[in-house]
Design a protein around this ligand. Structure first.
Ligand code: PAF
Length: 331
């Protein structure tokens, strides 16, 4: 039995009387909340690599969606993935819940799902940006092990049922709060790694969160403002802006106890732009679809901390000011 099979077997053995069994008697195991580009990317990979189909999407919205997701993988291979959905009552039987929503939606999601959760359920938060969990949500999650999943994969949702994996990235999983056994942790990491490599366990997820923030502070606003693919931020004309965004971020991060070397940070940011060159960033997609953007939790987070620590952040401020008129909503 592969390791992932072991994880599923453990889940199967630990089901309670209240467990929801699917039509074909499979235990409900992992539920993904959020059917955006990243939620569907994880769902498709878990579904493909999970032989008993123990991954589900939380049902939302009207009942008019396609029964399958047309998924094109990184090698341009297309397949139809059945859309397995559960209602909110099904969350009580989930061992793990992966929340892939916008940073500004997390509070609303936590508050609506928390009455339905089993105390043993692990919650994994996967989003861009920082500062999304209010004190109320943190209190609601107090009984749970909460983890953070960071990913640099590029994914494009062409419609509610069409998804393309556009950039090969990597993911890091670490504690937001809590403590799970080493064996549970290993099973979880291997499950994610089997679904979509590579996923690594990270003891210091805060540093990785800041690295992801730096990537998003550069790629997201530039691609949204200039309506370009990620790879185009590598053009020489953006170099000065990129340098300034990163210098401001490094100064603010230092006050938060996170230390970066400018050259290596810049290389890491540019490497993601290169590896996801053909991807349309999430902020660019939001702007084009006239949805709220995550700017308040990305460059806005740098601006907020800059004010708090009395550090000037003019380039991040200017990117925020250029993004705001491009969308209709607020966040
Ligand atoms: O927000 C995004 O689009 C992604 O985080 C990333 C890594 C910039 C790839 O497009």
């Amino acid at each position: 039995m592969d390791v992932y099979g072991l994880w599923k077997k453990t889940a199967y053995m630990s089901i309670t009387r209240n467990s929801i069994m699917t039509k074909d008697n499979k235990p409900l195991n992992l539920v993904i909340i959020g059917q955006g580009a990243i939620g569907l990317l994880w769902y498709s990979h878990f579904y493909k690599n999970l032989d008993d189909g123990g991954v589900y999407l939380l049902k939302h919205g009207k009942n008019n969606k396609q029964q399958t997701i047309s998924f094109t993988d990184i090698n341009n291979h297309n397949e139809e993935i059945p859309r397995q959905e559960v209602t909110i009552d099904g969350l009580a039987s989930a061992k793990t819940i992966l929340i892939c929503v916008k940073c500004y939606q997390i509070d609303q999601v936590i508050q609506s799902i928390s009455p339905h959760l089993n105390n043993h359920t692990k919650i994994i938060l996967c989003h861009n940006g920082m500062g999304g969990l209010s004190e109320l949500s943190q209190a609601l999650l107090i009984k749970h092990n909460v983890l953070t999943l960071l990913t640099t994969h590029g994914s494009l949702k062409m419609s509610s049922s069409m998804l393309k994996h556009t950039g090969l990235g990597q993911s890091d999983l670490g504690y937001y709060r809590g403590n799970i056994t080493t064996s549970d942790r290993n099973k979880l990491i291997q499950a994610f790694n089997t679904a979509l490599p590579t996923t690594a366990w990270c003891e210091n997820i805060k540093e990785k969160q800041w690295l992801k923030l730096a990537i998003n502070c550069v790629i997201n606003p530039l691609t949204a403002i200039y309506n370009i693919d990620n790879g185009q931020v590598l053009a020489v004309k953006f170099e000065e802006t990129i340098n300034e965004v990163l210098h401001e971020l490094i100064a603010v991060a230092q006050c938060e106890g996170v230390h970066f070397n400018f050259k290596s940070l810049k290389n890491k940011v540019l490497e993601v732009a290169y590896k996801t060159a053909k991807n349309s960033s999430s902020m660019r997609c939001d702007v084009l679809a006239k949805r709220s953007t995550e700017i308040a939790h990305i460059n806005g987070y740098i601006q907020k901390l800059g004010i708090q620590y009395d550090i000037k952040t003019p380039t991040n401020d200017s990117l925020i000011a250029q993004i705001q008129p491009l969308y209709l909503g607020s966040c």
